[in-house]
Design a protein around this ligand. Structure first.
Ligand SMILES: Cc1ncc(COP(=O)(O)O)c(C=O)c1O
Length: 468
């Protein structure tokens, strides 16, 4: 270990201190010991700057979250004023405060959940844990204690806690963690290009996925299946946009077997897909929703679960019998986080940012797709202001690169060399720029990406990873 550190970082530098003090989330820890960290120092608008003064356009919005861009003075002022007014308040034992009430009202008015009640948390993961707990509580309360199983999808990402990590359908989030937990079942991802069988039409592909979902419910027993959870667009799984008829098919099956629909809008919420919510874009009528990330544009951590009143009523009754509704975090509805979220939502509205993002979407999607035809680009996909470009060794034959080569990670590094941050998800490069980005900045994103892509092509050719 010491030897490895020696190679990458000067003693006493932030890089060396990182290596001896931090355990990084979602990182190849072994590779990290060899390469060291990229230490960031400041950020403004859509640009972040590392400690050496190099600037990058943050085309991933951090982790799909900095929709308002960085360093907004109004948000900073709102946070400071909130801290001065009441730096902490909680919602336990009937305590309440104006910021949490106002934010709950605002969310209720925005989301497509009828007469919602809002439960606040700190992260997308805890929001989805709360979803599981509320669904369990609800079915126990209405006398259906067997209805406890959850169906999620491969390639879905719903967080990393024991429960939300179980819903996640990506193997690295299960391996060595002994997940998924019992009672969580995964069905196929709606990625047509990747998972369609030879010669299968998109309609037949959707039919097959529908059949798989229905058979899973029947196999487990409809009386035991409580809820289905889905991101309208699977984000961390590779920005997978489902075929247009997919969610209608899914919803018809769920309705038939009285299975609830949990919409995980942690990425797709707040204007990302060209409409206020992914549910609007894909015609989803969710039972409940999880929100986080752009809710506060990541200025402070806050998440929200919105549940319809008809689910809350039996929960209220049952909690009376127990003596307390035994769920909640110290920071549920933290007033400073709530005030910041309120300010962010107000700015989205005042600056018309959902409409701005929607107006950029067509050009953004066209530009992404302009890379199709490049020798190692397999597919460009996306909706609104989210997208991905997937690399393959032989796109015409759907032949991927050997995953061990890490070509996506290589391309992302080349992007950094050209002043651009995107995120490698396997060999897909994800784009999720702040909604405030301008047309000119978007063009810079793609100019820089084009350079990185050509570097990557030169690399794979020189390494003999593709036919010359
Ligand atoms: C769709 C979705 N759900 C849940 C989560 C988990 O959120 P957090 O990392 O805040 O726990 C994420 C995080 O990327 C996400 O993309």
């Amino acid at each position: 270990m010491t030897q490895r550190l020696h190679n990458v970082a000067e003693a006493g530098s932030p890089e060396a201190r990182d290596l001896t003090s931090l355990l990084h989330p979602n990182t190849n820890l072994l590779a990290h010991e060899r390469t060291g960290p990229m230490v960031m120092e400041s950020a403004r608008g859509v640009t972040v700057r590392d400690r050496h003064g190099r600037e990058y356009i943050e085309a991933m919005g951090g982790l799909w979250c900095t929709s308002l861009g960085y360093g907004d003075e109004e948000v900073a002022e709102a946070a400071a004023a909130s801290i001065r007014r009441m730096s902490y308040g909680h919602l336990f034992g009937s305590k309440s405060h104006e910021p949490a009430i106002a934010l709950a009202e605002q969310l209720k008015a925005m989301v497509p959940v009828e007469d919602g009640r809002v439960f606040f948390g700190c992260s997308g993961s805890d929001a989805n844990d709360t979803q599981i707990k509320l669904v369990r509580y609800y079915f126990n309360a209405i006398g259906k204690p067997a209805k406890k199983k959850f169906i999620s999808r491969w390639k879905g990402y719903h967080g990393v806690t024991v429960a939300s990590g179980s819903l996640t359908g990506l193997p690295p989030f299960h391996t060595h963690f002994d997940l998924p937990m019992e009672g969580v079942h995964h069905v196929g991802a709606p990625h047509y290009r990747r998972f369609a069988e030879e010669g299968e039409s998109e309609t037949a592909f959707v039919d097959r996925l529908g059949e798989e979902l229905e058979q899973t419910i029947l196999r487990e027993g409809p009386d035991t299946v409580a809820a289905f959870i889905a991101e309208p667009v699977q984000g961390a799984g590779g920005v997978i946009v489902p075929p247009a008829t997919y969610f209608a098919r899914v919803q018809a099956i769920l309705a038939k077997y009285e299975v609830l629909f949990i919409a995980d809008e942690v990425i797709t919420g707040f204007g990302r897909t060209g409409q206020p919510f992914g549910c609007d874009t894909f015609g989803i009528v969710p039972t409940t929703m999880s929100l986080a990330k752009a809710l506060s544009s990541a200025y402070l951590p806050i998440s929200a679960v919105v549940v319809p009143a008809w689910m809350v009523e039996p929960i209220v009754e049952a909690s009376g019998d127990v003596g307390v509704f035994g769920h909640g975090f110290t920071y549920s509805g933290h007033p400073v986080c709530a005030d910041v979220a309120l300010k962010v939502l107000e700015i989205y509205e005042r600056r018309n940012l959902f409409a701005h993002a929607a107006s950029l979407a067509e050009g953004f999607q066209a530009r992404l797709r302009s890379f199709e035809g490049h020798p190692i680009v397999a597919e460009a996909r996306g909706v609104g202001l989210i997208g991905a470009i997937e690399l393959e060794a032989e796109p015409a034959n759907k032949l991927p690169f050997d995953p061990k080569v890490g070509i996506g990670a290589y391309c992302a590094k080349r992007c950094e060399a050209h002043g651009l941050i995107v995120r490698p998800l396997g060999d897909s490069l994800a784009f999720c720029p702040p909604l405030v980005i301008t047309e000119t900045e978007l063009e810079q994103v793609f100019e820089r990406f084009a350079l990185a892509l050509d570097d990557t092509l030169a690399h794979v050719r020189s390494e003999g990873l593709v036919a010359a």
